[in-house]
Design a protein around this ligand. Structure first.
Ligand code: BTN
Length: 239
């Protein structure tokens, strides 16, 4: 079920507000978001070249892994659309990147009640904004599919296919896609800056743990970091 709206504040907020009336797997997209939200409380710019999509996952078995599963789902759908001609990568934990530029961000939000929870998986894909758009927005690392590949998929078809894939991968969990995630993770092998509770340290990203944590190593030894707790930046730019 894909609900198509003209305009909404945020597709994540729409599902949060309407979740009691909607079935598991309901998805919503819109032509325009007026108050798109990004990770860490940031604003997510949402002009009409951006495709917002949110999927409602009720009582998911692998709630904490959905964000990683969604990243692989987006890459797989884009691979299939472009016939494998591009290397869509994942900047840990879940930014989709091509040629060092961010094409898509993912914000998963949970609603808890008692022992159970529902997850709203929000995906924002830059479809067709121009280079000038990102320059003016002072987002030098942002880019759209159209800019980088010369074409963009039809929005509703893309939204439907990604929603189906997110639902499928979130049911099987991260262990099923671990190898695929690891292969696509462009953070591995890079020196990164870890920002943990406001304090910074540099480390080499060496592996992905079976639970999705990023394993890093530096002069203090090995540490395994969780995306909720740390922000990871490349030492020489966004990646
Ligand atoms: C990020 O900061 O990288 C995550 C951005 C997530 C944006 C999407 S757009 C659809 C959904 N609705 C929102 O308000 N945010 C997410």
């Amino acid at each position: 079920m894909l609900i198509r709206l003209e305009e909404v504040s945020s597709t994540n907020s729409y599902l949060k507000e309407n979740r009691n009336m909607l079935p598991d797997g309901a998805a919503v997209t819109a032509l325009k978001q007026t108050a798109g939200r990004g990770r860490r409380g940031r604003e997510w710019l949402s002009d009409e070249g951006m495709l917002p999509l949110s999927v409602l996952l009720k009582a998911p078995q692998f709630a904490a892994e959905i964000t990683l599963c969604a990243a692989v789902a987006v890459c797989e759908v884009l691979d299939s659309h472009y016939g494998g001609r591009y290397n869509f990568g994942i900047k840990w934990p879940n930014d989709i990147v091509l040629n060092g530029r961010k094409l898509c961000g993912i914000l998963c939000e949970s609603v808890y009640f008692g022992d159970s929870c529902e997850v709203i998986c929000g995906i924002g894909i830059n479809l067709s904004q121009s280079e000038e758009y990102f320059r003016q927005a002072e987002l030098p690392y942002g880019a759209s599919l159209e800019m980088l590949t010369g074409s963009a998929p039809e929005r509703n078809a893309l939204a439907e296919t990604i929603a189906e894939r997110v639902i499928k991968l979130s049911k099987s969990g991260f262990s099923d896609i671990y190898d695929s995630y690891r292969r696509r993770c462009i953070t591995l092998g890079r020196d990164v800056k870890l920002i943990i509770n406001g304090s910074e340290q540099t480390a080499r990203a060496v592996d992905i743990a079976p639970n999705g944590y990023l394993i890093c190593s530096n002069e203090n030894g090995e540490l395994s970091v969780n995306s909720g707790e740390v922000s990871v930046r490349g030492l020489y730019g966004y990646v």
